[in-house]
Ligand binder design. Sequence first.
Ligand code: PMP
Length: 429
Amino acid sequence: MYICLDFIQMKDLVREARRLRLDFPILEKLHPSGHPLIYLDNAATAQKPRAVLSALHQFLSEFNANIHRGIHWLSQKATALYEGARESVAEFIGAASAEEIVFVRGATEGINLIANGLKRVHFQPGGEILLTQAEHHANIVPWQLIAEEIPIRLRPIPLQSDGSFDWEAFYQALTPQTQLIALTAMSNVLGTEIPIPDIAQVARTRGIPLLVDACQAVVHRPIEVKAWGVDFLVFSGHKLYGPTGIGVVYMRRPWGDIFPPYQGGGDMIRQVSWTRTSFAPPPAKFEAGTPAIAEAVALAEAIKYLQRTVGWDFIQAYESYLTDYAEEQLCSIPNLKLYGTARPRGCLWSFTLEDIHPHDVGTFLDQAGIAVRVGHHCAQPLMDFLQVPATIRASFAFYNLPEEIDRLVLALKESVKFFSKIEGEVKLS
Ligand code: PMP
């Protein structure tokens, strides 16, 4: 009875995914090889639903004007839409107010902005930044640049062999020198989740600021910045089914008041003279120049689509099913090694095939119309930790279907045959 119910639920979930998939015009495309396009590179960037495409088109064709400084109707309309988008983001991640949300180009710019602020008002010589071994370069290099100016050091915490967070290593690395904890909430390579709410509690008790890179997590899990008590959080709109060129920084109060501006220019000032300039309060203080207005409005539409049309309940139930299904199918391939199998996790798998370079596999899959990512995934220190030069990563969204996983697995099996045949021929010649 239980199994039967599960089966029915699973069928309902797949039916719903099929329905939602129709909202994404690009998924109807054929690959130049004539195969249907199978898009399994969602962790790099997600596809955009019609609602987002229409929001961009509608803004640019009906409401386009520069914001904040215009007194005419169109400018006021554009300003209201842009500031409305800020409200939507604040509500989406559970911020106390929209003033804590700064729009930037993406997570990378966001972390650089925060690094610049912390350099100016927080870091002291001898300080340490705790990170995991699984950080994206965007959460490594900005701190290394700061370390060239202030003598601070990065202290990566090793992960457990299954990719889960190592509490013992964390507590060992936590010292009076720890001046920042900066962690990804979900590894973009392993997919494993980092227990941010629990870490936030430790950070709060010790008075250490906590920065969360939510680029991957925000797509798969609800975020509650205020309830968790994090200081900073960043994510990019393009992974959340929104446009490129727009990202979000959450800065808990009073960080926005304490930080000096990141860049100077129009819109971030209160008063400018040749001798003295005073700045606008946050978030305007951190948004110099004309921002990505249409993109912010379209990001709000992506959030609305995710919350109202798709819904977290569906995302979590269906993605958990897809994750398990993909694991089971991938494990049926001889000599395939998965990296980081711990739960809870996002909907992606990184793996290698023995004796075949991931780039060769990626090219082979592309010929079959299957888009996966191969390489170091902007996480070279993690590759060193895993002792591989690269992995193959298949990352899924709620619009992916089990038959796409079947196609992936079939093509992987064919690639194994193909490359072992070539190797055999090379050995013979
Ligand atoms: N952090 C993580 C975990 C990511 O996956 C990415 C994108 N791959 C980034 C940061 C950087 O995002 P962006 O390139 O959009 O700034």
